[in-house]
Design a protein around this ligand. Structure first.
Ligand SMILES: [Zn+2]
Length: 199
């Protein structure tokens, strides 16, 4: 876990160059994607004992298969985020050593449409849906007090962007433009090195 700003952590993975996030407030913390397996929940507990809430940037397997280890808690996602075995587990079978033997798919408990704000105690975190791009339901997470954005797979660094069956390439530049308007000092891509130089 790397602390990229005060109370804002990124778990970097050699596997898939994947990033998972954690934002810690005074009263609670927000977990951004749950990863490949149970490991991330244990990593978060090494950082903070505070109650947690999970937000899923999108439903791809490498971002969500760790969710059962966080339950019970609120699982937030965009309203178009579905639990679809084919989408979720399509590629996962190529990485049997990374995922649980019997992966459990956990649907979101709470959804939003365009914008949602959480008060973690002493700091707020904002969820945005800027329209479809990598998927129909990408969530961008903004931590305004430290100017950090978790972009999910809308931004990948060091690898080509991925086009799944529900990607919308024609709207992608618009989504990037709206992320730029947040003026982040640091962008955490779904895969690749967090950086200020992301465009
Ligand atoms: Zn993805």
């Amino acid at each position: 876990m790397i602390e990229i700003a005060t109370g804002v952590f990124v778990k970097r993975h050699e596997e898939l160059d994947l990033n998972l996030g954690l934002v810690v407030g005074d009263r609670e913390c927000l977990v951004i994607d749950t990863g490949l397996n149970d490991a991330f929940a244990a990593d978060v507990r090494k950082i903070t004992p505070l109650p947690w809430r999970v937000v899923l940037t999108h439903n791809h397997w490498d971002h969500v298969l760790g969710t059962p280890a966080f339950l019970p808690c609120e699982i937030w996602a965009h309203e178009n985020c579905t639990v679809d075995e084919e989408i979720l587990l399509g590629d996962a079978k190529n990485y049997p050593e990374l995922i649980p033997v019997d992966p459990v798919l956990v649907p979101p408990t709470h959804t939003f449409k365009n914008h949602k704000k959480f008060d973690l105690g002493g700091r707020t975190v904002e969820l945005h849906h800027f329209g479809p791009s990598h998927t129909s339901h990408d969530v961008v997470v903004h931590v305004p007090d430290v100017d950090v954005v978790f972009a999910g797979d809308v931004v990948e660094i060091g690898a080509p962007v991925q086009f799944g069956p529900d990607a919308t390439p024609e709207n992608w530049p618009n989504v990037i433009e709206q992320i730029k308007r947040l003026a982040p000092a640091m962008v955490v891509p779904g895969h690749g090195t967090p950086t200020a130089e992301w465009t």
